[in-house]
Ligand binder design. Structure first.
Ligand SMILES: Cc1ncc(COP(=O)(O)O)c(C=O)c1O
Length: 367
């Protein structure tokens, strides 16, 4: 049996209703910043519980443009998590600032107790990551940011639908970046991103930044970028956003079921789960003894298990100019050696879930 990580073939088995709307879009010629984009931005802001949403070209652009909108540039430092995806750090670098890493905790999110030590006179923003559907400690980080007068840009690219208590990921910072990449929980047919903010000023700045700084067809407020969410992708997003609660709840149900079955295995360590948090399970991730052997075993059994990620960013060649070394972020480094991700998507069948559970049990001799 194959258990695929990608669910796209199943998700888009029935695409006629989407194609009907795309045909209408093609006839209208409303391709750039058209009505579907405005509709998507409105629905997305509501979904997140933020005042405004601005559609952009990708999640990476959402982070980069948010940093630019907040005035981050050369000579500044931006703090983020050492265990994040390359794009978070890339957004800081392309904004011209220096990347400053901080270690994560046992929930795979930035450890708030380690942030203050990394703050210097040059720190211009915090860019914590809601990782894999696990929100970071929003209250704790806002408190640190307020104390130091720093804006928080939430990297919520992996965490649409995550929350801590009544605070949803992406609703509390100065801005938050989301990704609509095909393998994200809310996806489109290519690249796409969204920024949420509660500030009208930031929204207006972002609208200029994504569209050449054009305040009108013939007036340019400043020189900027072209990073617009395509109307065509917004059409797809407008369809999928209707399924969003079902997508999130199905992923949660799958994760809970798998975890209940695997929890007795002593060789596995699961991140602590808090009753007041909503993990939206973009990634279903835990730590495993003999991880590499388990990974190989599962792949041989047809399961698309993965590692997110085997090497933290501070140990990547790209970080060489930053001067970090092994041992700087022990939690991220230990997790990189032991973490494994199982498919948890909303199109898994009962048989596929049971196959994964049975294979992990078999590997540890607990069948
Ligand atoms: C944590 C994180 N930040 C940023 C991004 C960038 O998003 P995109 O691929 O849409 O540019 C990703 C994408 O995987 C991500 O996982």
């Amino acid at each position: 049996m194959k258990v695929r990580y990608s669910y796209l073939a199943r998700q888009f088995a029935e695409i006629e209703p989407i194609l009907d709307d795309i045909r209408a879009l093609v006839k209208s010629g409303d391709f750039t910043l058209g009505a579907p984009v405005r509709q998507f931005e409105e629905s997305f802001a509501k979904l997140i519980g933020a005042k405004y949403a601005v559609g952009v070209g990708s999640g990476t652009d959402a982070l980069f443009l948010s940093l630019k909108a907040l005035g981050v540039g050369p000579g500044d430092e931006v703090i983020t998590a050492a265990n994040t995806f390359v794009a978070t750090a890339g957004a800081i670098e392309t904004a011209g600032a220096r990347i400053v890493f901080v270690d994560c905790n046992e929930k795979f999110v930035i450890d708030p107790s380690k942030i203050e030590k990394a703050i210097t006179k040059k720190t211009k923003a915090l860019l914590p990551v809601h990782w894999g559907g696990q929100a970071f400690d929003i209250e704790a980080i806002l408190k640190i940011a307020d104390k130091h007068g720093l804006p928080v840009v939430e990297d919520a690219c992996q965490s649409i639908g995550a929350a801590v208590g009544s605070r949803r990921a992406g609703a509390s910072g100065a801005a938050a970046g989301f990704s609509l990449h095909p393998l994200k929980n809310l996806n489109v047919w290519g690249d796409g991103g969204v920024i949420t903010t509660n500030s009208e000023k930031t929204r207006d700045q972002l609208r200029l930044l994504r569209n050449h700084g054009m305040s009108s067809r013939d007036e340019y407020a400043f020189y900027a970028y072209n990073s617009r969410l395509d109307s065509l992708q917004a059409v797809v997003g407008n369809h999928l956003i209707k399924d969003f609660e079902w997508i999130t709840q199905t992923r949660i149900d799958n994760a809970v079921r798998i975890e209940k079955a695997l929890k007795p295995i002593k060789a596995l360590t699961f991140p602590p789960r808090s009753a007041n948090e909503r993990h939206s399970y973009h990634l279903y991730q835990f730590l495993a003894e003999d991880r590499d052997k388990l990974l190989k075993f599962l792949v041989e059994k047809g399961i698309d298990a993965k590692v997110h990620y085997p090497r933290p960013l501070h140990l990547q060649p790209a970080s060489k100019p930053l001067g970090y070394k092994a041992g700087d972020f022990p939690v991220a480094e230990a997790q990189a050696k032991a973490t494994i991700t199982l498919p948890v998507h909303q199109h898994l069948t009962d048989e596929e879930i049971e196959h994964m559970i049975a294979c992990v049990k078999e590997f540890y001799g607990e069948a």
